[in-house]
Write a protein that binds this ligand. Structure first.
Ligand code: DQA
Length: 147
């Protein structure tokens, strides 16, 4: 099965950005780790990152059209982008899995991070485990596909 790991704004700055919250590893490190996790789980994994909302919306359309499951870290779009939510809804309503992931635990941070407008249409959410959030999301996809 195919899985697109899609990352929203500022996540290209991982390693440099607020390392006390997001850690010292970079998006390139995540790409390398995800390639290994994918091959261990027999999943064809692609990692992408953009700061641009319309690009992210387009990638979600592409996921629907190519029958790819999605692991999505919407970053700040999580909290207010109805366009992203509507695009993500097309993934799950077409029978594909979409796991919302966060490196940090937004529920334990500022109140504006407590709302996710994406959560309600996601298959499920994993937050608070750093890079491990992504690995756990791939486990969830593999287990759900095998169930
Ligand atoms: C984040 C949490 C968001 O609140 C924040 O805007 C991000 C990263 C996370 O992975 O912890 O950019 O999605």
């Amino acid at each position: 099965a195919r899985v697109m790991i899609l990352n929203g704004p500022n996540l290209g700055r991982l390693g440099v950005r607020e390392p006390e919250i997001y850690g010292h590893a970079s998006m390139a490190d995540l790409e390398r780790a995800a390639a290994g996790w994918g091959s261990d789980r027999d999943l064809a994994v692609q990692v992408r990152q953009t700061d641009d909302e319309s690009t992210l919306v387009g990638w979600l359309h592409e996921a629907v059209d190519t029958r790819s499951h999605v692991v999505l870290n919407p970053a700040a779009f999580t909290h207010y982008s109805y366009a992203l939510r509507d695009a993500a809804a097309q993934v799950t309503t077409s029978g594909l899995l979409l796991v919302e992931v966060h490196l940090s635990n937004p529920a334990s941070r500022e109140s504006f991070r407590h709302l996710s407008v994406v959560a309600g249409i996601a298959t499920g959410t994993i937050a608070g485990f750093g890079f491990d959030s992504y690995r756990l999301a791939l486990d969830a996809v593999r287990n759900k596909l095998a169930a």
